[in-house]
Design a protein around this ligand. Structure first.
Ligand code: PLP
Length: 373
């Protein structure tokens, strides 16, 4: 086929075991193909209200401001930073991987005065380091941290850090892009003030929406800004009027994406959050035991390993890139390569959402054994 000739897109029948997107349940794809209604159609407004209510359950929050931003997880990240921060505000960013770095980049672009706390890749952020940073610099408005660092596979404990952040009167921002739906994200119990996610990981929908929730305290900060939010598209003051009672037009909602998220959330809640966490835990444990039994080393520190995202190191005798290519071409299985310091050395295997199934682990392990001899 010559380049430039239009053909239908074709299903490649892939099993997605990378860091996202994950494989999507057929019912979610079916929901996406539902004929369109208008974005102010009464039926669509009901779908939006249901979606908000299901998102509150999944975020484990009562927060009124809970909605899905148009855009991927990074749009959720940017929404939280541009709405909460004004030029000159002090923000403390915790960095132990690529996504902490991205938060810093966005905070700098927001004109904030950015301080950082760092940990080595593969390790979580230590609460004492957050405490020391807050003690040595007064007036920090917000502290931001990644719950599930997708570049390393580290599960960041939040409880103690949240307590410290609130002791210093700061807002607590949590990136739950890879955690929401896979491990508990207890927004209210942990006093998280702003939390965002993405649809293509453990929520099991295609990429394209970013669930966001803000505590009443964080919403107050947004409502009482001295300056306008620098992004028109991501301004929650306006978007809340579309998702709220008034239903003011802001931008045309991505209708089909919202249909897909509605179905993905419905399936998740039908399974039950507790059961979904258990499934992710069991399959992650199965994968990590099998990889270690093959003599491979896991990158994330023991005791802090995410069940839904595993970084595994390959000894020098293997060409991880070649193996990954072979896995895709011969077995139809996608896994991710290492990022940053792990580039060319590791795989990132995701068991996210609908991809987290026992038989998927068995398939992957058998394929690896065949390829690696
Ligand atoms: N934060 C984390 C922890 C992520 O894993 C990702 C994506 O992998 C993002 C943010 C950005 O999300 P997206 O790629 O959907 O924009």
């Amino acid at each position: 086929m010559e380049r430039g000739i239009l053909v239908h897109v074709q299903s490649q029948n892939r099993l997605l075991l990378g860091p996202g997107p994950s494989s999507v349940h057929p019912e979610v794809l079916k929901a996406m193909a539902t004929p369109l209604v208008g974005h102010l159609d009464p039926y669509f407004l009901e779908v939006m209200a249901d979606t908000q209510s299901m998102l509150r359950q999944v975020f484990q929050t009562e927060n009124e401001l809970t909605l899905a931003m148009s855009g991927t997880g990074s749009a959720g990240m940017e929404t939280v930073f541009v709405n909460l921060l004004e030029p000159g505000d002090k923000v403390l960013i915790c960095i132990c991987g690529v996504f902490g770095e991205r938060m810093k980049d966005i905070a700098v672009r927001s004109g904030a005065n950015v301080l950082t706390v760092e940990a080595a890749w593969g390790q979580p952020i230590e609460p004492e380091d957050v405490q020391a940073a807050l003690k040595s610099s007064s007036g920090v408005k917000a502290v931001a941290i990644v719950h599930a660092e997708t570049s390393t596979g580290v599960w960041q404990p939040l409880e103690e850090i949240s307590r410290i952040v609130h002791d210093y009167g700061a807002l607590f921002i949590v990136d739950a892009v890879t955690s929401l739906g896979g491990i508990p994200v207890e927004v209210d119990r942990l006093g998280i003030d702003a939390c965002y996610s993405g649809t293509q990981k453990c929520l099991g929908a295609p990429p394209g929406l970013a669930p966001v929730t803000l505590s009443p305290r964080a919403l107050d900060v947004v409502r009482n800004r001295k300056t306008k939010v620098q992004s028109w598209y991501l301004d929650l003051n306006m978007i809340a009027n579309y998702w709220g009672e008034d239903r003011f037009y802001h931008h045309t909602a991505p209708i089909s994406m919202l249909f897909s998220l509605h179905e993905a959330l419905r399936l998740l809640l039908e399974e039950g959050l507790h059961q979904a966490f258990k499934r992710h835990a069991q399959n992650g444990d199965y994968l990590q035991r099998e990889l270690q039994a093959m003599g491979l080393q896991l990158f994330a520190a023991e005791g802090f390993r995410l069940p839904q995202l595993t970084s595994v190191i390959f000894p020098d005798k293997y060409d991880e890139g070649k193996l990954r290519k072979q896995l895709l071409e011969d077995y139809g299985i996608e896994v991710g390569g290492g990022l940053g310091a792990l580039k060319g050395k590791a795989w990132r295997v995701g068991l996210l959402g609908h991809s987290s199934q026992h038989r998927n682990v068995t398939l992957l392990i058998q394929a690896m054994k065949q390829m690696m001899g």
